[in-house]
Design a protein around this ligand. Structure first.
Ligand code: AHR
Length: 501
């Protein structure tokens, strides 16, 4: 059997864990909001129309910050349409997804939903069709306590306390030709700087995210970040990264190594941000908000007619059904985010319900977990304290896209207060089980509290409407902890987690 050796050095601390690394994303897109989190006629719906069975799954998933209301949707968003008496809210066309928006769920309702799910609301402003004034208005409506026109309007609409939203995205993917109102980096840098300056004049402690490239494959990637930051550096706090992965042309070997691309992406944006920092002689460091990441079978959706000429409310769009292999890749992407947590301060799994999502629903019916739900929820639950970068000694395999890739990837976390620690691992081999011995002496662990794994003889097995529990976590049999050495056997194409006490 192939083997690997890992050493966990308690002093190799990447960063203390900020729960924002476990964020997600709710966009007014397809059935994410309508027939997803919101379905007034559903047997579990509360007085706002939110499905409480979905709320329970969101809590189990353990997502922290929720980015809202888009995505591409935000570039046509008129926040005023979404507040006040529901029967007076207008129906609008959403040009991003060619759908109708009823505005029955708006800012105040969504803020209440965030409270129900124990999440922090992270808001995006529209810099596509709108600008500084609308950004300031929504900020006043959301955050000002009282005594101004818009804060009093919020109160009159039934929300006494301000929402106190700390993190704001300055538009969305403004480099993309598909974006309503897309711009050059020079133009976007200026509007981002000016909007940020004005928003911080209202509240200097806001945390503002400038749009980075919409993917590392954009022709302007790198230059975009540099030019935007050269203009907006002193006004913003984060630069965004977005990345989606999918298996292409049956090349599972390359797909399983997708996190190498995410690692490259992060390192490149960090290098660019730091280059601008030095060029501007700034004391400030810009960190990354990886506020869209996931598996997305984008090629297939683009070839389909799900976004068509019809104007429909909440059509079924982007409803990917995920396999075991997808979940293993997603677990590995989480490992990569944690390993780079010193610079990736915040991240959002895009998205949360029905639309490229870990949670699926049927109208009037059940809600269930996709395969990708499991690595996210277990990592969010077990990762506590500080992230530790392990030393991994393992063989490699050849991939068509990334060249040579390590067979195993891993990250550890340790919490000094509780003494709890955890190790998260993936085996990317399609054929080999790998025996991994992990030197955990420095974690002072004496027992294994939990050992779970996601794998299956059929790497393409999925949970579907008809078979909602086909794939789930399995216990990782045979794990031992003796004399400071944790020994586990990782099945082929697997993601695993071990909690130590
Ligand atoms: O998450 C789906 C879409 O992906 C978002 O609306 C957009 O920002 C990105 O292109």
């Amino acid at each position: 059997m192939t083997s690997a050796r890992i050493v966990i050095d308690r002093s190799a601390v990447v960063a203390p864990i900020n729960r924002r690394i476990f964020g997600s994303f709710v966009e007014h897109l397809g059935r994410c909001v309508y027939d997803g989190i919101y379905e007034p006629g559903h047997p579990t719906a509360n007085e706002d129309g939110f499905r409480l069975d979905v709320v329970e799954l969101v809590k189990e998933l353990g997502s922290s910050t929720i980015r809202y209301p888009g995505g591409n949707f935000v570039s046509g968003y008129r926040w005023e349409d979404s507040v006040g008496p529901r029967e007076q809210r207008p129906v609008r066309r959403d040009l991003a997804w060619h759908a109708l928006e009823s505005n029955q769920v708006g800012l105040d309702e969504f803020a209440r939903w965030c409270k129900l799910t124990n999440s922090e609301l992270m808001m995006a402003v529209n810099l596509g069709t709108r600008g500084i004034e609308a950004a300031l208005d929504v900020l006043e409506y959301a955050n000002h306590p009282s005594g101004t026109a818009l804060s009093d309007l919020r109160i009159a609409n039934g929300t006494e306390e301000p929402h106190n939203i700390r993190m704001w995205c300055l538009g969305n993917e403004m480099d993309g030709p598909w974006q309503t109102g897309y711009m050059t980096p020079e133009d976007y840098g200026k509007i981002a700087a000016r909007t940020a300056q004005a928003m911080k004049a209202a509240d200097k402690d806001l945390e503002l995210v400038a749009c980075g490239s919409s993917s590392s494959s954009m022709p302007t990637f790198g230059d975009w970040e540099r030019i935007v930051l050269e203009t907006a550096y002193e006004h913003v706090d984060y630069i965004s990264c977005h990345a989606y992965y999918q298996e292409r042309k049956g090349d599972l070997d390359s797909y399983l190594a997708s996190s190498l691309n995410m690692e490259y992406f992060i390192q490149t944006v960090v290098a660019t941000a730091d280059h601008v920092k030095h060029k501007l002689h700034s004391d400030k460091t810009i960190n990354l908000s990886f506020d869209e990441w996931n598996i997305w079978y984008l090629d297939e959706h683009q070839a389909s007619d799900e976004v068509n000429e019809e104007w429909r409310f909440a059509p079924r769009q982007l409803e990917d059904v995920y396999s075991v292999a997808d979940a293993v890749v997603l677990g590995n992407l989480m490992i990569t985010l944690l390993k780079n947590h010193d610079r990736v301060a915040s991240a959002s799994l895009a998205q949360l319900v029905n639309v490229i999502a870990p949670i699926m629903t049927e109208p009037g019916g059940e809600a269930w977990r996709q395969t990708t739900f499991f690595p996210f929820s277990v990592t969010s639950r077990l990762a506590r304290g500080e992230v530790l970068r392990p030393r991994i000694d393992v063989g490699t395999y050849q991939t068509a896209v990334y060249g040579s890739a390590p067979l195993v990837d891993a990250v550890a976390t340790a919490d000094s207060e509780s003494g709890a620690s955890a190790v998260f691992l993936v085996n990317r081999s399609q054929t080999e089980s790998i025996e991994v011995s992990i030197d955990v002496t420095e974690l002072n662990a004496t027992s294994i509290g939990e050992a779970v794994s996601l794998h299956d003889d059929d790497v393409y097995a999925k949970n579907t409407l008809q078979d909602q529990n086909r794939v789930g976590l399995k216990s990782l049999d045979g794990a031992t902890l003796e004399d400071g050495v944790l020994t586990v056997t990782l099945p082929p194409v697997s993601w695993s987690a071990l909690a130590l006490a």
